[in-house]
Design a protein around this ligand. Structure first.
Ligand code: GDP
Ligand code: IMO
Ligand code: MG
Length: 422
């Protein structure tokens, strides 16, 4: 079954864990968007792995992992990541990891441009991961980006980098940020590219061959629906289509290849970076942070935490065409007496069951809550859905009803094994 795994909130829903879990029955795992702004945590056999650009299928033997055309690849960052994961005992060979020759390259100056933009925005800053994602996608859309295939043509790439460096330096100088020499950018980029070169190929025919041969394809989304450039809380979003559609434009596999869409959400809501967050709750944030939870896998920033928001989830299920929900971190709520679920927003006296586009509405959106009793029991040792306390099952059933999507998987802990079929 060719399945898209997509985030339904503001990222960090536990996509990596669900992808890793489903990889056992998959043949190919494919990333189609985002870059190393992503941080996907997988805990398997007692070891913790954090993946940024590598698909989460990389931890399994005999699976093909593809970084698709829609991803923006930082070659230097990817080399560091490969070294780190190899040091953890995972072999990464060209048969196991394929990188699209159409993928755009994040160059060192994109990160500084990211920083410059954040400085210029002042208190309206996006709170980006500073991985150069926005500027790299902007260059792609502006038709002045460099693709992996372009790096294979060194004279062309050198000329392009030289031209871009002189334009970029003018911007960076305005913000007192370090400027670049084209020679240094070229040399650092090619040093990393030489390591990656055996992995770079035309991934599209490889994927089509696998599809036609009936292999199981797993599409790994990065970020989440509310960070989608079209559907998210614009402008506090990332720069790609994080929703299911990004899995086709970002891989070269057509929509007809997709058979299922698993939407991943936490049993509560988290957000890192700036932007609206109607159900944010200081008490819940403090509680989860005190448990050592909810610190960003990429930047280490504490994530804001809040109650489950089914206005957002309902919308996310619609735009992704979710066929099954994977609800993670149910165990995070084990100790709470009462749990709130946001069922709608009150905006100036009008009830809204879907999120608004008008950014001024967000400040006035007051959550309308339903309160459900907690279960006050440890769920982390549950090995089947039936073992979950009745109140936990009732909470999940209500979540599913409010989103109009069936439950598929439940997470009761970070380990690969702590995933239950609903
Ligand atoms: P991703 O970016 O969507 O892959 O999610 P992250 O890895 O950034 O953040 C999810 C966090 O929750 C990580 O620390 C995971 O190890 C952890 N996690 C995932 N599922 C569960 C779960 O069901 N219970 C608990 N306690 N932690 C989980
Ligand atoms: P995963 O795949 C959570 C957020 C940043 C910021 C906004 C824009 O681990 O779920 P960017 O660097 O993309 O330009 O930042 O998006 N952001 C994420 N938040 N999880 C992520 O990825 C994120 N990737 C980007 O914090 O608010
Ligand atoms: Mg993450």
């Amino acid at each position: 079954m060719n399945t898209v795994i997509t985030g339904l909130q503001w990222g960090d829903e536990g996509k990596g864990k669900i992808v890793d879990y489903l990889t056992e029955s998959a043949d190919v795992v494919i990333r189609g968007q985002g870059g190393n702004n992503a941080g996907h945590t997988v805990i398997a056999k007692g070891t913790k792995y954090v993946l940024h650009l590598l698909p989460s299928g990389i931890l399994w033997d005999n699976k093909i992992n593809v970084i698709g055309n829609g991803v923006v690849v930082d070659p230097i960052g990817l080399c560091i990541e490969i070294e780190r994961i190899e040091a953890q005992g995972i072999e990464i060979c060209p048969e196991k990891l394929l990188i699209s020759d159409r993928a755009h390259v994040v160059l060192p100056f994109h990160k500084e441009l990211d920083a410059a933009r954040e400085i210029s925005l002042g208190d309206q800053k996006i709170g980006t991961t500073k991985r150069g994602i926005g500027p790299a996608y902007a260059d792609k859309v502006n038709r002045c980006g460099l693709r992996m295939a372009d790096l294979l043509d060194r004279p062309f790439a050198e000329a392009q980098i030289t031209r871009r460096v002189s334009e970029v330096n003018e911007i960076l100088a305005k913000y007192d940020l370090p400027v670049f020499t084209a020679a240094a950018v070229i040399s650092d980029t090619y040093k990393a590219f030489e390591r990656l070169r055996p992995h770079v190929t035309n991934t599209i025919p490889v994927l089509h061959k696998a599809w036609k041969a009936g292999k199981n394809l797993l599409f790994e989304g990065a970020q989440g629906t509310l960070l989608d450039i079209d559907f998210g809380t614009y402008p506090f979003v990332t720069s790609s289509n994080t929703t299911a559609g990004g899995s086709t434009t970002g891989t070269g596999l057509p929509p007809t290849a997709i058979e299922a869409v698993i939407g991943v959400c936490k049993a509560y809501t988290t957000r890192v970076g700036s932007g609206p967050f109607p159900t944010c709750d200081e008490g819940l944030s403090e509680y989860l942070h005190n448990l050592g939870r909810e610190f960003g896998a990429t930047t280490g920033r504490p994530r804001g935490c809040g109650w489950l928001d089914t206005v957002l989830l309902r919308f996310a299920c619609m735009v992704n065409g979710v066929t099954g929900l994977a609800v993670t971190n149910v165990d995070g709520l084990d100790e709470y007496d009462h749990l709130k679920i946001c069922v709608a927003y009150d905006i100036d006296g009008t009830r809204h069951e879907l999120p608004p586009a008008d950014r001024s509405f967000w400040d006035r959106a007051k959550p309308i809550y339903e309160t459900l009793p907690g279960w006050k029991e440890d769920t982390t040792a549950c090995t089947s859905y039936d073992q979950l306390p009745p109140n936990a099952q009732a909470y999940l059933t209500r979540l599913s009803e409010l989103c109009d999507a069936p439950l598929a998987f439940i997470g009761v802990g970070p380990d690969r094994k702590q995933t239950l079929k609903a």
